[in-house]
Design a protein around this ligand. Structure first.
Ligand SMILES: [Zn+2]
Length: 416
């Protein structure tokens, strides 16, 4: 399907949209970019033979000398890719993941496996290369017996790769991830016992999926992209631990990891960024630049080293950071429905999820496209056992039945 086929004719800001939900001016800019891109792709294609966004090489254009010298500078974030990121897509996929039929997607349960199968089928539809076990999308791992209410003793990550377009850099990877699991079925609240996890973390999961669509329908960046939907996050960051201990590609080839968790609530125009400058100050500069380009304001309050929640240590990016990989955690903050059955799709701000997905795409592109790797100019974080004591003893908020807790599992305190 090319850019404009999926129609939604009008939008809530009264601006006539054709195709998808993009103002005319942006679409014209996109067409201009697409033309420029296809011209470039012709050149690139002849040069390296790799596909670059489906542009067809014209026979008439002589192949440039194959000196191996590919395009010099990083390309701009392609409008063509940004256009693919679409609110109605995001909503449709979030509705599927947060449906009662997914039974709250708990690791080691029927609902958790169903969600993983859904993600694998979406990746297959997009033509993403499987990177799990035995050429599948699933990377299975065992659940420790301490995991409560698991019906099975194993679960899975869902993993795929979008190959980079530059033969010299395609063996390096930018990893993007979210956790697709949630807390499942629990104590009923107002008669509802399914914890749908629409924000936590279906919002991040569909953002990663939408970026996968932009990468497979638009131009591909120079480096490859690892798509990792972590399982078992709520049970103690188990999926990201397993993935970083047994990666399908050499872990030293992973140049950065971007983690998205709970991006569908709170103020419409801002996002919290955690950890971005802790290992690579360049990554932080890129995020600030790209957020400004997308008109999104950033909040660094939760990133303060002495912040009581110590979120830097408490989500999947930490398992990459502990290995010295530059990471950034995109997060929109807690809310009253956190870890309650009321975390439902009706309360999600889809425009905000769209903006978070666009920021994810922009930053991923900038990091994957740059000639050199991000400089790691700061030390990796200390292991959790040496993390500020507050990180290990953030008190569980008392809750009537399932009061909100910190956005990532408390069960994460694995013995080091
Ligand atoms: Zn979460």
């Amino acid at each position: 399907m090319t850019k404009g086929l999926r129609e939604s004719l009008t939008s809530n800001d009264g601006c006539l949209r054709r195709p998808r939900t993009i103002p005319l001016c942006r679409r014209l800019a996109a067409v201009a970019t697409a033309l420029a891109l296809s011209a470039a792709a012709c050149v690139h294609r002849n040069d390296s033979g790799a596909e670059d966004g489906g542009a067809k090489a014209t026979e008439s254009k002589p192949a440039p000398p194959s000196t191996g010298t590919l395009r010099a500078g990083p390309r701009e974030v392609p409008e063509q890719g940004l256009q693919v990121i679409d609110r109605s897509d995001l909503r449709a996929r979030l509705a599927a993941l947060a449906a009662d039929s997914m039974e709250g997607r708990r690791a080691g349960t029927r609902g958790g496996d169903k969600a993983a199968a859904y993600l694998a089928s979406e990746l297959e539809k997009l033509g993403v290369e499987p990177a799990g076990d035995a050429s599948s999308y699933l990377q299975r791992f065992h659940l420790p017996p301490t995991v409560p209410r698991a019906e099975r003793d194993s679960t899975q990550n869902v993993v795929g790769i979008v190959r980079g377009s530059d033969p010299r850099l395609a063996d390096e990877y930018v990893a993007i991830g979210a956790h697709y699991d949630h807390v499942g079925i629990g104590a009923p609240v107002d008669g509802d016992s399914i914890y749908n996890g629409a924000d936590d973390d279906a919002s991040g999961t569909v953002s990663v999926l939408e970026v996968a669509e932009a990468l497979t329908q638009g131009p591909r960046p120079r480096r490859s992209v690892l798509l990792v939907f972590h399982g078992g996050e709520e049970a103690g960051l188990l999926g990201s631990q397993h993935f970083t201990d047994r990666p399908p590609v050499p872990i030293e080839k992973v140049v950065a990891q971007l983690n998205v968790d709970m991006v569908g609530r709170n103020s419409p125009d801002s996002l919290s960024i955690i950890g971005a400058g802790r290992i690579s100050s360049e990554l932080d500069r890129i995020i600030r630049r790209e957020a400004a380009a997308g008109g999104l304001s950033l909040d660094y309050t939760l990133d303060a080293p002495d912040h009581p929640e110590q979120l830097y240590y408490r989500s999947d990016h930490y398992n990459y950071a502990r290995l010295g990989i530059p990471v950034a955690f995109l997060f929109a903050g807690l809310h009253p429905d956190y870890h309650l059955p009321s975390d439902e799709i009706e309360r999600i701000d889809m425009a905000k999820v769209e903006r978070a997905a666009e920021l994810l795409y922009r930053v991923l592109w900038a990091v994957a496209e740059r000639p050199e790797r991000l400089e790691r100019d700061r030390a990796a974080p200390p292991p959790t056992s040496q993390a500020p004591t507050t990180a290990r003893s953030v008190p569980r908020r008392s809750r009537p039945r399932e009061a909100p807790r910190s956005p990532v599992s408390d069960e994460r305190r694995r013995p080091e």
